[in-house]
Design a protein around this ligand. Structure first.
Ligand code: SF4
Length: 368
């Protein structure tokens, strides 16, 4: 759908990232079983599958229901827990491929993730995988992941992925404690082959609440640094649940003399507008549908209602796609169609997913 920029960074103009028709990405937690025990795990994963996980036939039927989204169909990221804990993962991937649905995988780094397995991913049409790297040394990474040896295995997995030719996104957790290590992580990653580095700014949910989020001031400084780094990095740099990175990058581009239209037409605008419930949606291993994996308010269950209906029509999903109705600073911010703030963090901190993102210190030009 086409909407109009209500506040206008200089001009009122049409934008196309409302994602009312369909999400760009469906995150599907195939299982909560996982061999790791990461301190910040969203899924609070368990060693064995929970009763009530979807059968292969159910998953196939739900993938078929994506047809109601129209074209292009959303991309699916199969996540967990560890999706490799599903014995029928290959059949699930074949079903997605048969239905013309692009798929990526977010495997855990355990002995299940071998080079041979990655070669199978390529055969099965997997477009990319994501791997987590939360520290530049074994002591830092393994300390967070809870299993010694995971750092070395992750380095090996990066090399294996490069050797079979599967694109990799590396996900790195950002907390008050881990932030100082990020330049070293970046230096390490520069020596590897990857498509994208995604920095996930911790939200205090799941096991993560034992760790501390950054303060807004420090987060802002870090994102300014990231914005500079991104211009020369050999891979894309993005943030997760820190949408104001887009505002910071856009402010820098405006300062360099780019117009809002030029910004919107540039590659940097590719992810603009995407946030919990707007462009993304999450399915839990039991079928609960939430706006993202980090915003734990179920708008329904796949066993009762097809995903296209829940995504398009659930009142919360609609509210999350209407930034002008957000509260506080995010509601009046001139960047809110591009950014919109982390609805998950707003919920975690205030109990209201439409509130201001507490990680962002920006004072919008418009008054409240
Ligand atoms: S105030 Fe909200 S919409 Fe504006 S930049 Fe900050 S997080 Fe984004």
């Amino acid at each position: 759908m086409t909407t109009t920029h209500a506040h206008g960074i200089g001009a009122v103009r049409p934008v196309n990232w409302a994602y009312d028709r369909a999400p760009m990405i469906v995150y599907w937690e195939l299982t909560n079983a996982c061999g790791l025990a990461c301190r910040h795990c969203r899924a609070t994963a368990m060693p064995d599958p929970a009763p009530g996980e979807f059968s292969l036939a159910e998953i196939e039927a739900h993938l078929e229901s994506f047809a109601a989204f129209g074209e292009p169909r959303p991309h699916v990221v199969f996540t967990g827990g560890d999706p490799l804990k599903r014995g029928d993962l290959r059949q699930i991937l074949h079903a997605a491929a048969r239905l013309g649905i692009g798929a990526s995988l977010a495997p855990a780094v355990t002995p299940l993730l071998t080079r041979e397995r990655m070669a199978e991913f390529v055969e099965d049409g997997v477009q990319a995988i994501s791997l987590s790297l939360d520290g530049s040394t074994a002591a830092l990474h393994d300390g967070l992941r809870g299993v010694p040896g995971t750092f070395d295995a992750t380095m090996q997995a990066l090399d294996d992925a490069a050797s079979v030719g599967i694109p990799v996104q590396v996900n790195t957790l950002v907390t008050d404690v881990t932030a100082a290590d990020l330049p070293a992580v970046y230096d390490l990653l520069k020596g590897k082959t990857l498509q994208r580095w995604s920095l996930f700014f911790l939200i205090s949910v799941g096991r993560g609440n034992q760790l501390q989020e950054m303060t807004p001031g420090k987060a802002e400084q870090l994102m300014v640094w990231l914005g500079r780094l991104a211009r020369d990095a050999p891979f894309q740099v993005k943030t997760t649940e820190a949408m104001q990175y887009r505002r910071i990058a856009a402010q820098a581009a405006l300062k360099r003399g780019l117009t809002p239209e030029q910004i919107e037409a540039s590659p940097m605008a590719r992810g603009y507008g995407i946030r919990d419930g707007n462009g993304i949606v999450f399915i839990s291993h039991l079928g609960d549908v939430t706006p993202s994996g980090f915003l734990p308010i179920a708008v329904g269950n796949l066993r009762d209602t097809p995903l296209p209906e829940l995504y398009r029509d659930a009142p919360l999903m609609k509210a999350l796609r209407t930034p002008s109705e957000f509260k506080g600073r995010c509601g009046v911010c001139e960047f809110n169609l591009w950014c919109g703030g982390s609805r998950a963090r707003a919920y975690a901190w205030t109990g209201d997913p439409l509130e201001t993102d507490p990680l962002c210190p920006y004072q919008p030009k418009a008054t409240l």
